[in-house]
Design a protein around this ligand. Structure first.
Ligand code: 5GP
Ligand code: ZN
Length: 137
């Protein structure tokens, strides 16, 4: 499963070089070219999936154990104080590359992202909270 016009298919397949920190049959983990913080990496499945909604079952199952391994390595190697996992789906959620990827962003106390990588609280009335709850449960 590969898309000819997809940059992450080319990176995952090794056609475009990247700083690959880990690779196996299913995934390539690379350093982000425009890091939010020093050591920002992306876990990219080698097969093409647009987003979380279409991600393969095997990839979905093996993603979080791999994220844990890479995060642990980051903590040891970079001595980061924290770490964000970010995963964007769709333009409305700021996805710019339409090939599923999981961001691992090491965080450092007092780093320059204090105001970002967080969200603003939405004003939602109690009645609407209940309405949404009834749709989700
Ligand atoms: P998104 O906004 O889709 O969740 O994130 C896309 C990420 O891919 C961005 O953080 C961007 O810097 C990274 N990126 C885009 N093109 C390349 C590339 O060619 N090489 C690498 N290493 N990262 C890339
Ligand atoms: Zn792709």
């Amino acid at each position: 499963m590969r898309k000819d016009d997809c940059i992450f298919c080319k990176i995952a397949g090794g056609e475009i070089p990247s700083r690959t920190v880990y690779e196996d049959e299913l995934f390539r983990v690379i350093m982000d070219i425009e890091p939010a913080e020093k050591g920002h990496c992306l876990i990219i499945p080698k097969n093409h999936f647009d987003d979380l909604f279409t991600l393969g079952e095997e990839e979905a199952t093996k993603m979080m154990p791999l994220a844990q391994t890479i995060a642990t390595k980051m903590k040891e190697a970079l001595s980061c104080d924290g770490l964000n996992i970010v995963q964007n789906n769709g333009e409305a959620a700021n996805q710019t590359v339409k090939h599923f990827h999981l961001h691992l962003i090491p965080r450092y106390t007092g780093d320059h992202n204090q105001e970002k990588l967080i969200w603003n609280h939405a004003e939602v009335a109690d009645a609407e909270m209940d309405e949404i709850f009834s749709k989700l449960k």
